[in-house]
Design a protein around this ligand. Structure first.
Ligand code: HSE
Length: 429
């Protein structure tokens, strides 16, 4: 079979890693694919020291790679959603398949781009877009093909996990750890995408589309970041037997789908609770396989390039047969209602400062009781020095989000109690 000819656009962390992997693993890739994988073009808007110089043409105009006669597959690793979208559309329309690591592009424009790929009889694959080196999309699409997946949850942003882990383990400040994550190449160009949960929401929308065979629906994902989590929260959670993780959660219900990203207290013995640092992990609940967990490096040069190159190997093996990224043609995806957060039920962690005087606790308990919310555990620390307030932490039983919000408003309106800081609790079965 003739060689698969590859044009890589973008020579940063992911593109540079892909170029290096194609060069360093050439013999292995050829043995595994039954044909050679050959880099024929590079599209790079500027040179970078960390990208190997190879004897292939380098184009400053990336669209030239999308039109090049000697490219069968274009790798899009430039990021962003404007030029990247134009590049992907141009490549597909020029009869090339596309491999992308760009979760924002897939989450925001995937329905349209996948339809275009089918129309052009090409493939659009994106394993690297979710959980870096962890082959979670292949696991969902292929390995779990015999299962109806009822829920999935995952640590799908390495930067956020790195920050929470370091804050908890070494009492380091949020800003200090974020700076290190950026230097290590984990963080997005705009790190608010990591810390405010947008990156995780992009990835969750891709996972949910594949798990539930439904169109991508990024705008419907409820999204809360980690910037309000404090070292005190991590410490209190630890005392109560929990770890705080930033989770993406998708659940299939009879009347629709739950899609949410937020900081979450997890019991210490939950499988995801001990996944630390930049590691990602995704837990699937399938009706035949039961619970399965997939874990590994969720960001970084070679883990992400590993996923890009695995897609290239799939395309090399498939030859000219188009592959469906979500497992089925887009016309077969069934739109589903997304459940409003008000209807979502979970247990809660509340942390607040309260005046140290008789009656405060009973008022707090009354506000929760009035909404039918029961207290599961409570910690009150003695006042520090001459402080007139004390920190209080309450764990509740499961409550609907709308009931909890009403109770929290009532608590915040009490004299001597400030606005509680609330974090959801998830207790996997
Ligand atoms: N910024 C992302 C993360 C990179 O930290 O997980 C991988 O998508």
């Amino acid at each position: 079979m003739s060689a698969l000819r590859i044009g890589v656009c973008g020579n940063g962390t992911v593109g540079g890693g892909t170029i290096e992997l194609l060069r360093n693993q050439a013999a292995l890739l050829s043995a595994r694919s039954g044909r050679e994988l050959v880099l024929t073009r590079i599209g790079a808007r500027r040179d970078r020291d960390d990208c190997p110089a190879l004897d292939v043409p380098v184009h400053r105009d990336l669209l030239e790679v999308a039109h090049a006669e000697d490219v069968d597959v274009l790798v899009e690793s430039i990021g962003g959603t404007s030029l990247a979208k134009e590049l992907v559309e141009t490549a597909l329309r020029s009869g090339k398949s596309v491999v992308t690591a760009n979760k924002a592009l897939v989450a925001e424009h995937g329905n349209e781009l996948l339809a275009l790929a089918e129309e052009c009889n090409q493939s659009l694959l994106c394993e690297a877009a979710v959980a870096g080196g962890v082959p979670i999309l292949k696991a969902l699409r292929d390995g779990m093909a015999a299962n109806s997946v009822s829920e999935l949850s995952g640590i799908i942003n390495g930067t956020g996990n790195f920050i929470l882990t370091e804050m908890g383990a070494h009492q380091r400040s949020f800003d200090d750890v974020l700076t290190e994550a950026q230097a290590l190449g984990y963080a997005e160009a705009d790190p608010t995408f990591d810390v405010e949960g947008i990156d995780a929401a992009h990835k969750l929308s891709i996972l949910a589309a594949m798990a539930f065979a439904t169109p991508l629906n990024f705008p419907a994902v409820f999204c809360e970041g980690i910037s309000a989590v404090t070292p005190a929260d991590i410490q209190f959670a630890d005392e109560l037997g929990y770890r705080i993780k930033h989770l993406g959660i998708a659940k299939q219900h009879a009347d629709g789908v739950e899609l949410r990203v937020h900081p979450t207290l997890l019991p210490k013995d939950a499988l995801l609770a001990s996944v630390d640092g930049v590691l990602n992990a995704v837990r699937l609940q399938g009706d035949a396989a039961g619970e399965t967990v997939y874990s590994g490096a969720g960001a970084g040069r070679f883990p992400t390039a590993s996923a890009v190159v695995a897609d290239l190997v799939d395309l090399a093996r498939a030859d000219t047969k188009p592959l469906h990224c979500l497992g089925v043609p887009v016309a077969k995806l069934e739109p589903q209602p997304i459940l409003p957060m008000d209807a979502v039920s979970c247990a809660w962690y509340l942390r607040l400062e309260a005046e140290d005087r008789p009656g405060v606790m009973s008022q707090l308990a009354s506000c929760l009781g009035a909404e039918g919310i029961s207290i599961e555990a409570l910690i009150q620390k003695p006042p520090k020095g001459a402080a007139s307030t004390v920190p209080v932490v309450v764990l509740t039983n499961a409550a609907r989000e709308d009931a909890l919000r009403r109770a929290v408003s009532a608590i915040a309106a009490l004299p001597g109690i400030d606005q509680p800081h609330c974090i959801r609790i998830e207790s996997p079965n």
